[in-house]
Design a protein around this ligand. Structure first.
Ligand SMILES: Nc1ncnc2c1ncn2[C@@H]1O[C@H](COP(=O)(O)OP(=O)(O)OP(=O)(O)O)[C@@H](O)[C@H]1O
Length: 288
């Protein structure tokens, strides 16, 4: 186990009946990083995260979150953890400020509720009841509730589902600012652009096992993958794979005598490599 890590997991196993949902998972999350857990539906992400939160028991393996086994984490440990679930307290009849005040009262050193509302972009909604908020505003209220206790470790489960594009960008800024304040963040998301924009490292989980951990730019050998150069020549679209796109484009420009029409240079996106990673094991399992 890595005692300096915010989260350290070795050989985690969780079964529902005979079927393992988590099947020998190892993972270390460093203090102060944003880590995104990616994987298809049913891969075991929520199960893993809920075990880390102390909300689910396990059948095997070792887990430490902020140095403590979540299965026996007491009040002080719980105060260090912030959780933003997929559906939160948005239905409440209390106002946003009342909700946050009630939540803050559980903690020894909470953030100021009014400041937290400003931070999540709900400063003008202090007096509004939870149930009058839009879907995206409710998610931001959920985040406000998750961070008012000043957690060292924040769990975010698909936080931007239902956000409009501008709200997502603003939310990403918020998450980065929390990281800059020293918060460790474990995020699950199905949005690959979100993982790319936010995560210091990503982990891909399929069938209850971690297949790879990498910085987003390196996942699945992405950093070493050939680039695809596309352009137009003699009225036709052309393309070429190349490991040296700069030299290729210089040659092309020289040959075409200047600006290359409709030029683009692309590397595989995070989504491209992710889809390849999760597709391969499935193909092997197809019965002969
Ligand atoms: N309480 C439960 N009882 C029985 N089976 C469960 C339970 N919770 C999860 N499972 C099963 O365990 C597996 C992993 O589920 P989990 O919710 O951890 O996946 P996930 O990666 O979070 O998926 P999603 O992306 O859909 O949220 C799935 O096959 C699921 O059906």
């Amino acid at each position: 186990m890595d005692d300096d890590a915010a989260i350290s997991i070795r050989g985690l196993v969780k079964r529902y009946g005979e079927r393992p949902a988590v099947d020998g998972l190892d993972l270390d999350i460093r203090r102060g990083e944003i880590f995104a857990l990616l994987g298809p539906n049913g891969a075991g992400k929520t199960t893993t995260v809920e075990i880390c939160e102390g909300h689910r028991d396990r059948d095997g393996g070792e887990v430490r979150v902020l140095g403590v086994d979540p299965a026996v984490g007491g009040r002080a440990w719980k105060a260090g953890i912030g959780i933003v679930l997929q559906s939160g307290a948005g239905d409440s009849a209390l106002s946003c400020l009342e909700l946050l005040g009630a939540q803050a009262a559980y903690y020894a050193d909470p953030r100021d509720p009014a400041e937290v509302l400003e931070l999540v972009g709900l400063g003008d909604k202090a007096g509004a009841r939870g149930r009058t908020l839009s879907g995206g505003q409710r998610r931001r209220l959920d985040v406000a509730l998750g961070i008012v206790g000043r957690p060292a470790m924040l769990f975010l489960d698909e936080p931007t589902t239902g956000f409009d594009p501008e709200a997502r960008r603003r939310f990403w800024e918020l998450i980065r600012s929390l990281r800059d304040l020293g918060t460790t963040i474990l995020l699950t998301t199905h949005y690959l652009d979100e993982a790319e924009a936010l995560a210091d490292r990503v982990g891909v989980i399929t069938r209850g096992r971690l297949v790879e951990v990498a910085v987003p730019a390196e996942l699945g050998g992405r950093g070493r993958a050939p680039a695809v150069v596309r352009w137009s020549e003699d009225g036709r679209r052309r393309s070429a794979d190349t490991a040296t796109p700069t030299a290729f484009v210089l040659d092309l420009a020289a040959r075409l005598g200047g600006e290359v029409p409709e030029l683009s240079v692309a590397r595989p996106t995070l989504e491209d490599v992710y889809l390849t990673m999760i597709a391969e094991p499935a193909a092997e399992e197809v019965p002969a």
